[in-house]
Design a protein around this ligand. Structure first.
Ligand SMILES: [Zn+2]
Ligand SMILES: [Zn+2]
Length: 169
């Protein structure tokens, strides 16, 4: 994700429009275990870079596909996402604001900024649909697909044990 900024870097106030596609975002480092929601396929990025006395303000929109497992029923989900990115780059070795990214020379590498923006903004977990019924805790059936009947049974048992508790007192 490298953008040639030769044409704007020497001109204060210059703006560069860019469009780029990235095949693979990164291997997400999740530390322990597999991430539940991740990015899949090509990422499309388009935006503008504004040169303000060597400080580069970048404003971009990032488009891609999410791949996830529903956290209730574990069905596979793919869904489009769109994330806005607003970041500032300063020359390396300058007196740098810690919130900003660095660049050097005539090439702006926006990889880390894009990765950060995407992973900060995509959901941590997803549902296949807002009213997903999930899996039966007893038999494991996907309750979106069939009514296994276990839950009605356990509700009856629950009422019965509440009654037993009454008699205990
Ligand atoms: Zn689901
Ligand atoms: Zn069941």
């Amino acid at each position: 994700m490298k953008i040639d900024i030769t044409d704007i870097i020497e001109r204060d106030g210059a703006v560069k429009h860019f469009v780029t596609d990235v095949d693979k975002l990164s291997d997400r480092n999740t530390g322990s275990g597999k991430s539940i929601v991740d990015v899949q396929g090509v990422i499309h990025i388009e935006g503008e870079i504004y040169n303000h006395e060597g400080i580069l303000d970048i404003s971009a929109q990032i488009f891609g596909q999410l791949k996830a497992q529903c956290y209730r029923c574990l069905e596979d989900i793919t869904a489009p996402f769109s994330v806005h990115m607003e970041e500032t780059f300063e020359r390396a070795n300058g007196s740098k604001n810690l919130d900003n990214y660095e660049y050097s020379g005539h090439i702006l590498d926006i990889s880390q900024a894009v990765i950060d923006s995407v992973y900060l903004n995509i959901p941590y977990r997803m549902l296949c649909k807002s009213d997903c019924k999930g899996l039966c805790p007893k038999c494991g059936s996907n309750l979106n697909q069939k009514e296994c009947g276990c839950i009605e049974q356990s509700e009856e048992n629950g009422r019965f044990s509440a009654l037993k508790d009454l008699f205990k007192e």
